[in-house]
Design a binder for this molecule. Sequence first.
Ligand code: COA
Length: 171
Amino acid sequence: MKMIFPGFESPESAAPAPAWGGTLRSIAARDLDAVAALEVLCNTQPWSREALKTCVATEGRIANVAEREGKVIGYAVASNVADEGEILILGIHPDARRQGAGRALLTGVLADLAQAGASSVFLEVRYRNAAAIALYNALGFGEAGVRKGYYADTGEDAVLMHVFLNRGKKA
Ligand SMILES: CC(C)(COP(=O)(O)OP(=O)(O)OC[C@H]1O[C@@H](n2cnc3c(N)ncnc32)[C@H](O)[C@@H]1OP(=O)(O)O)[C@@H](O)C(=O)NCCC(=O)NCCS
């Protein structure tokens, strides 16, 4: 398998990733309106603009956007505490899905987490969110548990998922 960046090895890195045709960069203050609008489209319990603003200003946060043709089409926010990362939110505009942007964004965030010292990354995902679970599986996450009734709006369970980073490194 090919290392795609230090500290994180995608299990599918041998397969060519789809060319989604955009760029990734850190979030900027000017992106907050666009990201808040995307959150409404992507998340049934969306973070507000203020919550996003506070979160990305917090130490240890990694917040990136995916941009194509001058438009923000995706976002991901993660936290890193000591050597443990957590994916907090991730979304791609509905019109831009299945074009590789989610994979690119998540791969980039995992690289940033590895660089920040994370050796392990967790996330929670709705039990019925097959698209997100498929993406996480494609990037090496496995199921680490179930949180019963985790989501307040529907009472749905959360699947706790986990991946080790640094798998390509020799001990
Ligand atoms: C989950 C989400 C971020 C995926 O983004 P995306 O840009 O469509 O994903 P990609 O095109 O990069 O797909 C990468 C891989 O993920 C899997 N995948 C993504 N969407 C899928 C779907 N609808 N069904 C099955 N597999 C899917 C596939 O393995 C895919 O690889 P492939 O296209 O070569 O088969 C997007 O669907 C989304 O924004 N959903 C709403 C918000 C959300 O659920 N966020 C996660 C909360 S935990």
